[in-house]
Write a protein that binds this ligand. Structure first.
Ligand code: NAD
Length: 497
């Protein structure tokens, strides 16, 4: 284990793993518990161990929470201008270290460097957006029949557990930390044990930014030990969690008796892309295929919003499968714009679904169980993009979230059938509708059982819009006013007129 300087000065050494540490009360430190164990961080592109991180034990988690509670007493009373200044400084520092974060995010997660840069830019926006939001937010006030003036008064909701997954580590953690701090709360954040590097680097930046100690604390470790201790602690007032649906259910169960605890759960998805025949005319075809392909394979399909179930109107089905396959081969296979999948465990999960599809006699137009590009071990974890047809509606390949570079294509007969197939899922996170018909955009869009619907585009985000899922994709919304609802408590005051 080497010193933290290796990471911050960007000297990469594969024979001496970097030792990642927690960030507690303004200090980068290893946990004090003698029973602390360590977890290896593996680079998905090579299979090499490049870092180790502590699996923080409950006693050290509790200490971090106590530091956050102490800091809350003063941070919750700071002015908006003061908090805005801290967030602005963080966005500037992150911008100054953009390339360092992008390179490490790519090493740690397996994503391409190009994709990592986009996500660092989005993380910068998370800080800059909330730094200005709080300067302009408005409060509702009403006069009741000349008898009383009522107004909403909001105050910071307390100390939050912020927990994120491994697919977009920096972007998703800052999507929680920035509003949490902006609204006057303090935090104990925990990244995924699979991808902790950017959270560790963020701790280095918070220290550099001069953020008061204890306002943000970052503890590293796994879900059952570190995450469980964090979310169930009675000293935690709220949980903002992004991750899998099963973990969301476990967190809900473990905290069910703590009614006062705010819970915001952003969970899994198995999102439909609908391709109508009018989006496949000669002038529209190229854009339709480009959008459907990037929605399927961006970040190796490891984005909760990916469209992994494609439904195509019967009259253009054959043409779509052919052109789509051709495009994916050129853009994602030959040009190698797909990264490695995040871990060996995830590689095995995805390969399991490919074997299942083969056993059910699915047709593979690209990829497959014996694709020469697929490899695991000391060469990294690589899976070639897989395009499947002839997969039954009830097959787990159609119904489970695979979260990898695997897409199914199925024909539909008419609009009603398309809506029925799309909504036939336990999930309800996102949907993509590709059509040239203006009335249909609204008609179909408004019937999608999904928190986010993109028409003729994908992944377009404005940070004030509500983000979150329906059904088993989560509860609550985040973004702008919706994040304010997560991180504040509201009381209504009635004053005599
Ligand atoms: P995961 O649920 O296994 O882990 C997510 C985080 O929760 C990790 O930090 C993990 O250590 C922690 N954790 C695990 N068990 C815990 C417990 N009992 N208590 C507290 N914390 C615990 O998910 P993952 O495999 O890291 O990520 C993939 C999932 O995340 C996919 O389902 C994907 O769709 C989802 N996701 C959702 C969104 C969204 O915005 N809805 C965004 C990105 C990813």
């Amino acid at each position: 284990c080497d010193t933290i300087d290796k990471a911050t000065t960007f000297i990469r050494s594969m024979d001496t793993p970097i030792c990642l540490s927690n960030y507690v009360s303004g200090e980068l430190q290893l946990p004090s518990s003698a029973s602390t164990t360590f977890i290896n961080s593996v680079e998905p592109k090579t299979g090499a161990i490049f870092a180790t991180l502590p699996c923080t034990q409950p006693s050290d988690v509790e200490e971090a929470i106590r530091q956050a509670r102490t800091a809350f007493k003063t941070w919750s009373k700071t002015t908006r201008v003061e908090r805005s200044g801290h967030l602005r400084r963080m966005s500037e520092l992150l911008r100054a270290h953009r390339e360092l974060f992008a390179v490490w995010e790519s090493i740690d997660q397996g994503k391409t460097l190009e994709r990592a840069r986009i996500e660092v830019d989005r993380a910068i926006s998370n800080f800059s957006y909330f730094s200005t939001y709080i300067l302009h937010e408005q409060t509702a006030a009403r006069m009741v029949d000349g008898v009383a003036l009522t107004y909403e008064h909001r105050s910071p909701a307390g100390v939050f557990a912020l927990i994120s997954p491994w697919n977009m580590p920096l972007y998703l953690l800052t999507w929680k930390i920035a509003p949490c701090l902006a609204f006057g709360c303090t935090a104990v954040a925990k990244p995924s044990e699979v991808t902790s590097m950017s959270a560790y680097l963020l701790g280095v930046l918070f220290q550099k930014a001069g953020l008061p100690g204890g306002v943000v604390n970052i503890v590293l470790g796994d879900g059952p030990t570190t995450g469980q201790a964090l979310v169930t602690s009675p000293l935690i007032d709220g949980v903002s969690f992004t991750g899998g649906t099963q973990t969301g259910i476990a967190i809900r169960q473990a905290t069910a008796h703590q009614i006062r605890k705010h819970l915001s759960l952003e969970l899994g998805g198995k999102n439909p892309t609908l391709v109508f025949a009018d989006s496949m005319t000669s002038s529209k075809r190229e854009a339709t295929i480009r959008i459907a392909a990037s929605a399927a394979f961006e970040n190796q399909g490891e984005i909760c919003l990916c469209g992994s179930r494609i439904y195509v109107e019967r009259s253009v089905y054959g043409e779509f499968v052919l052109k789509f396959t051709e495009h994916v081969r050129k853009k994602y296979v030959l040009r190698e714009t797909v990264g490695a999948v995040a871990s060996l465990q995830h590689y095995n999960k995805i390969r399991g679904y490919l074997r299942q599809a083969a056993s059910e006699n699915a047709t593979f137009h690209l990829g497959g169980v014996s694709d020469p590009q697929d490899k695991a071990g000391n060469q990294g974890y690589w899976i070639a993009p897989a395009i499947l047809t002839d997969v039954a509606r009830e097959s787990v390949v159609q119904t489970d979230e695979i979260f990898g570079p695997v897409v199914t294509i199925t024909p539909f007969e008419n609009e009603e059938h398309a809506v029925e197939l799309s909504n036939d899922s336990q999930y309800g996170l996102a949907a993509i509708v590709l059509t040239a018909d203006g009335a249909r955009m609204r008609r179909v869009g408004e019937q999608m059982e999904a928190g986010l619907v993109w028409v003729n585009c994908w992944l377009v985000r404005e940070l004030g819009t509500p983000f979150g899922g329906m059904k088993n994709s989560g509860t609550g919304r985040e973004g702008g006013d919706y994040s304010r609802d997560v991180f504040t408590v509201v009381r209504t005051l009635h004053l005599p007129a």
